[in-house]
Design a binder for this molecule. Structure first.
Ligand SMILES: [Zn+2]
Length: 276
C-alpha cells in the first residue's frame, strides 16, 4: 500500500540492487524534485532518521480534524546527505505535485534551498546523493535524462512555490546526474562506510565526515599504544606517523563535537591509512 516503504533506508547502490528486476509502473514517465524547506538542513544537523519519516507520515495520514492532511500517501523518497528514506512505494502514485502526481515519482531533498547553499558542504552532499538516486531510477525506468523526465515542483503551473528552491538551477541538477550510473555508484561521495562507529557519532566538518581517530583505529584492531605513538599534533596540524591529516582537528575539553579532548579526522583518510 501507499506508505509501504516507510522504514526502508537505502544508499543509491543498495537502491539499485533492491529495485533491479522489479516491474516499472506503466504510468511512470518522470521524476519530480522537491525540497523539504522545513525542515531546513540547519534543523536536521545529522540528517533524517526513520523516526522523522514516521512523523511526516503521521502528519500526512492523520485526518484534517486532527491537524493532519488526510492523505492516503505522500512523496516516494526523502533524501539527505548520505541516505535515502522510503515513504510511498514505487508501484503507487504519490501525492507531491498536483499536475505530476499521476505520472511522476516524487523526491523530497532535505534543506531549504531558497536560503541554504546547494553548492558546498551538506547541501552539496544532499544534491549529489539525489542526483545519484535519480540516475538509478532513470535507468530502472528506461528513461532518458532531460527536462521532460526531470521535473521540478515549480514546473507545475498549479503551484506558486519556488520548490525545490530558488538556488537550484535545472541545468545544474541535470549535469549532476551521472551519465554512467553503474560506474559512478562505486564513487558516490559521502556514503558512510561501516567503520564500527554508529553513524550518529560522526561529525560533518570541513565538508567531510569525521570520526574520533583513537576510537576508529582501536575499533579496527590497531593496538592502543600504536595509535598513541603515531598520533601527533604540530602547530595545530594533525599527523598520523609521517602522514599529514588534512581536515583533522582536536576538540578541547568542554567543546563540541563530543567526545571532547580527542582528535577528529575525516574517515576517508583513516581508511586510506589502514589500507596503505
Ligand atoms: Zn515541492
Amino acid at each position: 500500500m501507499a506508505f509501504d516503504n516507510v522504514g526502508k533506508v537505502w544508499t543509491p547502490a543498495s537502491l539499485a540492487e533492491d529495485i533491479a528486476g522489479r516491474a516499472v509502473p506503466d504510468w511512470l514517465d518522470s521524476i519530480t524534485i522537491h525540497h523539504t524547506a522545513a525542515p531546513a538542513l540547519s534543523q536536521r544537523p545529522r540528517g533524517f532518521t526513520i523516526q522523522h519519516i514516521r512523523n511526516i507520515q503521521n502528519f500526512y495520514s492523520s485526518p484534517k480534524s486532527a491537524g493532519g492532511k488526510g492523505w492516503s500517501t505522500g512523496p516516494h523518497l526523502f533524501i539527505d546527505e548520505d541516505q535515502i528514506f522510503g515513504m510511498c512505494d514505487f508501484r503507487s502514485k504519490g501525492i507531491h505535485a498536483t499536475s505530476f502526481n499521476h505520472r511522476s515519482l516524487g523526491i523530497e531533498v532535505l534543506g531549504d534551498y531558497d536560503i541554504e547553499d546547494p553548492h558546498t558542504g551538506r547541501g552539496k552532499a544532499c544534491w549529489l546523493n539525489t542526483a545519484a538516486t535519480v540516475g538509478v531510477l532513470l535507468k530502472w525506468a528506461s528513461l532518458k535524462k532531460n527536462t521532460s523526465t526531470i521535473l521540478f515542483h515549480r514546473d507545475d503551473p498549479k503551484t506558486r512555490k519556488s520548490c525545490p528552491g530558488k538556488r537550484i538551477d535545472k541545468k545544474w541538477f541535470l549535469d549532476l546526474i551521472p551519465a554512467d550510473i553503474d560506474r559512478s555508484l562505486d564513487t558516490v561521495p559521502f556514503e558512510k562506510p561501516d567503520v564500527g562507529i554508529p553513524w550518529d557519532a560522526w561529525h560533518f566538518a570541513g565538508e567531510q565526515w569525521c570520526v574520533p581517530l583513537y576510537a576508529f583505529m582501536t575499533a579496527k584492531g590497531v593496538p592502543a599504544a600504536e595509535v598513541l605513538a603515531n598520533l601527533k599534533s604540530k602547530g595545530g596540524i594533525i599527523y598520523y606517523g609521517e602522514e599529514l591529516i588534512h581536515g583533522g582537528f582536536y576538540v578541547p575539553k568542554g567543546k563540541t563535537p563530543k567526545p571532547d579532548e580527542t582528535t577528529w579526522v575525516p574517515v576517508r583518510n583513516l581508511i586510506e591509512i589502514l589500507h596503505a
